[in-house]
Design a protein around this ligand. Sequence first.
Ligand code: NAP
Ligand code: ZN
Length: 345
Amino acid sequence: MIQSKGYAAQSAETDLAPWDFERRDVGTHDVNIEILFCGVCHTDIHLTKNEWFPGLFPMVPGHEIVGRITQIGNHVTKFKVGDLAGVGVMVDSCRHCDECNDGQEQFCATGVQTYNNLGKDGLPVYGGYSSNNVVHERYVHSISEKLYLAAVAPLLCAGITTYSPLRKWNVGKGHKLAVVGLGGLGHLGVKFGLAFGAEVTVLSTSESKREDAKKLGAHHFVVTKNDEEVAAVAKTFDFILDTVAADHDINLYLTMLRTNGTYINVGMPVEPFTVPAFTLASGNKTVTGSGAGGVPETQEMLDFCAEHNIVSDIELINIKDIHTAYDRMLKGDVRYRFVIDMSTL
Ligand code: NAP
Ligand code: ZN
């Protein structure tokens, strides 16, 4: 086994704290990655606090991992020692079901999430708030040397989660896209929407983010607590991408969809949405969802970002400040992704 150190929650009631643990030895198709940076996703909060379901503790969160490969197995072909590498929300899958064959490994029935899951050997897997990770090369992505590495980390989850549905629905030139929630996912949704040629509006609860939205390049900014601003965008959007982590009523946003418009949800609040049938029928509206992205599309997204110079706007933090980061995210005060500098571990 390989000795690792990280930050873990020992239970849903305890704060993250330093914890030493072991990872499996490097198998024939595995790489060992020295983790340099790890993004902080709101999912890390949902899971460590048991907001969705009881978790597997001790839990080392983190699924926006970038670092350098320090060791490779005998049969590894994609990487060599010294390469930059990234790992997102999954570290294994069955590799032969329809989803795996189709590059949608994130939906494999026996897939292994990066943390809060058991690996194929029956042992718990641990995430990226840690010194290193041992992962089968199929689930490891190549990272360009061109971009600011710390700001690449959030692409591994927030990036692919917003890139994938915008691609699937061919959002681009001639479309009016609204992004709900200017947080980690939301600000990358704005960047991809702009890169694909859409006219982008941010729908935010925070007046204080107006200037930032403009700097990001968003064409319009609407504070959803302001009735006049909301009324002005009634029935205007072709697509709305909802990235909100907290419970909220989506009916307010559905009034902003054009006839035949599509509401794409990627946020994961705890309470189910309630949508009257009348709202959907009137205007032929589609409400849909999207979950992360598969291995090939994640690499496509990373290559797209390298070509178009797209990275996350980040606040780089010492791992000791993770609790402050969580508190600020819960208040919507994130600008726009916390990334842990793993050298502070
Ligand atoms: P985040 O950085 O904390 O951003 C969430 C944003 O939502 C906040 O910054 C805030 O933006 C807005 N917001 C907060 N409370 C709100 C409320 N009551 N009503 C309306 N808007 C509110 O979170 P994140 O990391 O982007 O993650 C967002 C959600 O996506 C989480 O639930 C996470 O678990 C989920 N997620 C899903 C997938 C997937 O595969 N589908 C992948 C990753 C994450 P404003 O200040 O602009 O209002
Ligand atoms: Zn995530």
